[in-house]
Design a protein around this ligand. Sequence first.
Ligand SMILES: *[C@@H]1O[C@H](CO)[C@@H](O)[C@H](O)[C@H]1NC(C)=O
Ligand SMILES: *[C@@H]1O[C@H](CO)[C@@H](O)[C@H](O)[C@H]1NC(C)=O
Ligand SMILES: *[C@@H]1O[C@H](CO)[C@@H](O)[C@H](O)[C@H]1NC(C)=O
Ligand SMILES: *[C@@H]1O[C@H](CO)[C@@H](O)[C@H](O)[C@H]1NC(C)=O
Ligand SMILES: *[C@@H]1O[C@H](CO)[C@@H](O)[C@H](O)[C@H]1NC(C)=O
Ligand SMILES: *[C@@H]1O[C@H](CO)[C@@H](O)[C@H](O)[C@H]1NC(C)=O
Ligand SMILES: *[C@@H]1O[C@H](CO)[C@@H](O)[C@H](O)[C@H]1NC(C)=O
Ligand SMILES: *[C@@H]1O[C@H](CO)[C@@H](O)[C@H](O)[C@H]1NC(C)=O
Length: 352
Amino acid sequence: MATEGGKETYVEDEGAAGPNGAGAVKAKPPFKQRAKRHCLRFWWLWFIIFAIVVLVIVLPIVYVAYPNKAQKQINKAQLVPQSMSLLDPAPDSFDLQLDDMFQSKSSMTARLDAFTADLQLPGAHVPFVRIDVPAIKAANGSVAHVHQRVQIANTDQFDQYTKTVLLSDEYSIYLKGKGGLKYGSLPKTTVKYNKKITIKGLNGLKGLTLTDFAILTTTQADGANANGTVTIPNPSIATYQLGNVSLAMSVAGLPVGTATLPDVLLKPGNNSFPMRAITNQTAVVDLIFTNYKSGILPIDIVGNTSVYAGKHLPYYEQALQANNVTIRLDVIKALEDAGLAQYLGINTTSTG
Ligand SMILES: *[C@@H]1O[C@H](CO)[C@@H](O)[C@H](O)[C@H]1NC(C)=O
Ligand SMILES: *[C@@H]1O[C@H](CO)[C@@H](O)[C@H](O)[C@H]1NC(C)=O
Ligand SMILES: *[C@@H]1O[C@H](CO)[C@@H](O)[C@H](O)[C@H]1NC(C)=O
Ligand SMILES: *[C@@H]1O[C@H](CO)[C@@H](O)[C@H](O)[C@H]1NC(C)=O
Ligand SMILES: *[C@@H]1O[C@H](CO)[C@@H](O)[C@H](O)[C@H]1NC(C)=O
Ligand SMILES: *[C@@H]1O[C@H](CO)[C@@H](O)[C@H](O)[C@H]1NC(C)=O
Ligand SMILES: *[C@@H]1O[C@H](CO)[C@@H](O)[C@H](O)[C@H]1NC(C)=O
Ligand SMILES: *[C@@H]1O[C@H](CO)[C@@H](O)[C@H](O)[C@H]1NC(C)=O
């Protein structure tokens, strides 16, 4: 009953205070005056309570919710490589040029500090290389440009990486690290990066072709007795400098020669290189008189060496040695073109 009465009085007072403020002060019950005095006397207490409430709400936002949100946005964002080049290779290092696009559905724009990133293969515990990622303004579509000399951090892992690149249609690596993130005027927070990056590989050099194959009848300074044009498709966005590449050729396990491609710079798209070969003509002629009377030889091409500036690049060599491409080569046509068919007694009417 008492509360009901009090409530009614309070409502009446509020109504009176609207149009006539002076009258309302007079009409205030002793309780309100006491409360006001209390408030004035203990204003500092109320201020402290207010401050604590504000801190209890604001601090978790600034120091817990905001870093969590920043981390979530980083986790959700994607890194999409736009272009990549591994140039001027040495046995322990290479020049890396990498343009990585930051893609995010969020409209939040943050500043990301430069940081050192570990690049790792899935399931690996150590990186194959470490790169310096520059500071960027991370909004959807911003691009981080990396351009540096990279030291190979772990040769076993890097060997596995180059093999994966050469043999895979598509592969993934992880970019790991941590760095500062600043959003507006909020304090800097540290975010962790653990980004899976999926890139197209070289797909085992599938689609490699040998055209303009010719048998050289005159003596050549380098000992070559055949030449032609090798075209290698590179379906990826990356450029690889392999230097002078040598290839081993065989037919059903029987070695038939070696070929060299000078200064191989494998750019995205189709790449053509002049090929020079030293073939074992005895072995080739034996094959077309026995198992391959059609004159079309299925030649297995396996990479052997990759030499840049006089130095072998073991990480490319072991990858090339693991890759096998088979081409079909019309040897009789080449023999005819060279004017050699008649000397070998090849009847092109019956064999062709
Ligand atoms: C982010 O940027 C990419 C590439 O520019 C674009 O395709 C995509 O639509 C953008 N997404 C949003 C949410 O803006
Ligand atoms: C092969 O060598 C011959 C003679 O040196 C040359 O005329 C021809 O252009 C060469 N072919 C290719 C594809 O390099
Ligand atoms: C591969 O290269 C090495 C070193 O140059 C050479 O000794 C070897 O005979 C080559 N192998 C083939 C199959 O050509
Ligand atoms: C590469 O060459 C192949 C065969 O000639 C062709 O089908 C393909 O479209 C070419 N690719 C590019 C990117 O030019
Ligand atoms: C060429 O091939 C023949 C027949 O397979 C073989 O006997 C000979 O040793 C080979 N020559 C060279 C130089 O490899
Ligand atoms: C490739 O070999 C040729 C001839 O031996 C040499 O002049 C050239 O410098 C080599 N290229 C590279 C990239 O090592
Ligand atoms: C290359 O592949 C073919 C067919 O898959 C196989 O018969 C041949 O032995 C392989 N050659 C090498 C050198 O690995
Ligand atoms: C080549 O073979 C065809 C069909 O077997 C035969 O008619 C022709 O006389 C042969 N030519 C020579 C030059 O041996």
